[in-house]
Design a protein around this ligand. Structure first.
Ligand SMILES: [Zn+2]
Length: 178
């Protein structure tokens, strides 16, 4: 496990500029997923003191594990670093609106704030499909900050899918056919 990384606390944690700065780190994680041919989603996890305790990027295909989403990996790492299954006061920064599985992990880990970039209109569970942060019957609710560097986070995904479609088309129509 990587050591807990100190994060420079120069700007107050509630400003957009700090979120943008942290989102850049999540975007770097997402790029790593894209390089590996995985859907480019990345996440960073901060403890209640603002220190980075977890990082993750999508690895479902390479790990043969449908649960290996960026958020779950960052949460697992954070829990190992803190030697605790609950991360009270923590903040998850993720490039894409979390899915229903990651919402479950966020609730179980008792994460206090989720900051995300792009909306996921198909399967996003914090705004697009449901208000997962405030489920009346759930035993935990949390704060949501959305739309941080949304255009950059979204274009990572749209560029990835566009490239993949192009590759598929090229496979179907080999240009060296006699
Ligand atoms: Zn997910």
């Amino acid at each position: 496990m990587p050591p807990i990384m100190e994060y420079l606390k120069e700007s107050p944690p509630d400003t957009d500029s700090r979120w943008n700065e942290l989102m850049e780190l999540a975007i770097m994680q997402a790029r790593q997923a894209g390089k590996n041919g995985e859907i480019p989603v990345g996440a960073i996890l901060l403890d209640s003191e603002g220190r980075i305790i977890g990082k993750g990027y999508n690895q479902s295909i390479s790990r043969h594990d449908p649960s290996a989403h960026a958020e779950v990996i960052a949460i697992q790492q954070g829990c190992q670093n803190k030697a605790n299954y609950r991360l009270l006061g923590s903040t998850l920064i993720v490039t894409l609106e979390p899915c229903i599985m990651c919402l479950g992990a966020i609730i179980h880990a008792r994460i206090a704030t989720v900051v995300y970039g792009a909306n996921d209109p198909k399967t996003g569970c914090l705004a697009s499909r449901m208000n997962g942060a405030n489920i009346p019957w759930a035993n935990h609710s949390f704060e949501v900050v959305s739309g941080i560097s949304a255009a950059r986070c979204g274009s990572l995904l749209s560029d990835f899918f566009q490239q993949r479609r192009q590759q598929k088309r090229q496979k179907k129509q080999p240009s060296n056919r006699p």
